[in-house]
Design a protein around this ligand. Structure first.
Ligand code: ADP
Ligand code: ASP
Ligand code: MG
Length: 422
């Protein structure tokens, strides 16, 4: 017997029929002899709808009240799944964030889980009851409802799995695993049997939205075995215990498997950044600090940075990226600091995309970046900025060339599936 936490995303929970399919998957998992807890997302599109209501009510909304509104989507689906399980003859009940409780920080709209009291859950599971938990929500120190940031139900599921010391956390979604790139963009993407925490963390953080980044760092920290798999399956599909999806596990476990290691694990894209260029910044100590200190103080995350030194003029151009949602705020801050920083002009472009290749193989292989630059150059794709880490190379390009760049790189690194339809 094992203890399994199952998480179902928004597409899987969208409507009565789909919830019934989910309930059957849960019922089968319990019938296989396991203790089961389920974490659910709101129905697809519901959180967006609720966010829009908040914006309409008050564009400068109070995040604590925003959380009251947006957390409601998961309350609905957790109750509906419990009802549907009961209709199938299962014992089931919902546990809202404040009832367990899932204790979080007070950072409304982007709260972090601090602790989960597992006592009630363990007792419920041991009694053969299926515990249904709304993802995305928790309760702050002052007893108000919080949410964990978009995509946060993945993190709820991993946190519950860690709290109940689950044998596995199965993340059910609308694709049957983690692929070498978004399978909705590249038909020749290949499903990966296993991915290391480190690689998945990097892939998620550069835009592979199949898992929320924080859920992967938590799984890595707590050693939670995660499987990504599809909920769109027939009743006679192979059981989750036979590991039909993608396992996200430690380096040692991947090394020990028979899966052939590729140099590059995957390619991701991110259209959520914008580029800012400051021209003719004085080339002297402290100039760059003058640019980035006000942005940091405003909580704006700067990602890629390049500085083009022009020796003859004693001036440089500084290019960097910020989240698109923070572009207007960043521009206003920089314009207000023109005299202190001493730049000539500030330009911005939101029509950009960041393309990243990720793989632990890079640690021991040279030439990964040059393959990328050459493949893009051969297609006439211009690179506007570059950044690297030990296991990742990212480039910034024109947004219109996103799909082309991902496809070209997928082929250049030999990742294309042989048998897929083109
Ligand atoms: P859920 O609603 O279940 O949380 P998401 O929409 O958040 O689902 O994540 C699943 C989606 O992630 C897929 O439909 C797919 O388009 C996208 N995706 C992006 N990159 C990848 C990848 N490398 N492998 C699999 N899916 C990916
Ligand atoms: N419903 C929330 C969202 O759409 C959380 C989640 O589904 O993971 O962001
Ligand atoms: Mg998701």
């Amino acid at each position: 017997m094992a203890r399994i936490v199952m998480k179902f995303g928004g597409t899987s929970m969208a409507g009565t029929e789909r919830i019934r399919r989910v309930a059957r998957i849960v019922q089968r998992q319990q019938a296989a002899g396991h203790e089961v807890a389920v974490v659910v997302s709101a129905m697809a599109g519901e959180t967006d709808r609720l966010v829009n209501f908040c914006r309409e009510a008050n564009p400068a909304f109070d995040p604590a009240e925003y959380d009251v509104v947006v957390a409601s989507g998961e309350q609905v689906t957790s109750g509906l799944l419990a009802l549907t399980l009961q209709a199938l003859g299962c014992k089931a009940r919902s546990w809202l964030g404040w009832q367990l409780p899932v204790a979080t920080s007070d950072a409304y709209a982007r709260a972090r889980i601090e602790t989960i009291d597992s006592a009630a859950l363990l007792a419920s599971m041991a009694a053969g009851e299926i515990a249904v938990i709304p993802g995305f929500q928790g309760v702050s120190h002052e007893g108000r409802i919080t949410t964990l940031g978009r995509g946060g139900s993945d993190t709820s599921a991993v946190a519950v799995a860690a709290a109940v010391q689950a044998d596995r956390c199965d993340i059910y979604t609308d694709v049957d695993g983690v692929y070498t790139t978004d399978p909705r963009i590249v038909a020749k993407a290949r499903k990966l049997a296993r991915v290391t925490y480190e690689e998945m963390l990097e892939l998620a953080s550069v835009g592979a939205k199949v898992l929320q980044t924080r859920s992967v760092s938590l799984a890595m920290k707590e050693g939670v075995r995660v499987q990504v798999l599809s909920s769109f399956i027939d009743d006679d599909a192979p059981p989750a215990d036979s590991l039909p999806g993608t396992l996200i596990v430690s380096d040692e476990e991947v090394e020990g498997s028979k899966v052939e290691r590729q140099l590059i694990t995957g390619i991701a894209h991110d259209k959520n950044e914008a580029r800012i260029v400051l021209t003719r910044v004085p080339d002297k100590p402290g100039a760059v600090a003058h640019i980035f200190s006000p942005l940091a103080a405003a909580g704006i995350n700067v990602d890629m940075i390049i500085q083009n030194v022009s020796k003859d003029r004693g001036e440089t151009d500084v290019t960097f990226t910020v989240p698109r949602a923070d572009l207007a705020r960043s521009m206003a801050l920089l314009e207000g600091q023109q005299e202190e920083i001493g730049f000539n002009r500030v330009l911005s472009d939101a029509h950009v995309a960041k393309i990243s290749v990720v793989g632990v193989g890079m640690k021991s292989h040279a030439g990964v970046a040059s393959t990328m630059f050459k493949a893009l150059a051969d297609r006439g794709i211009n690179i506007q900025a570059i950044s690297t880490s030990e296991i990742k190379v990212s480039v910034l390009i024109d947004e219109d060339e996103t799909e082309l760049a991902v496809r070209v790189l997928h082929t250049a690194y030999g990742l294309d599936a042989v048998d897929a339809a083109v």
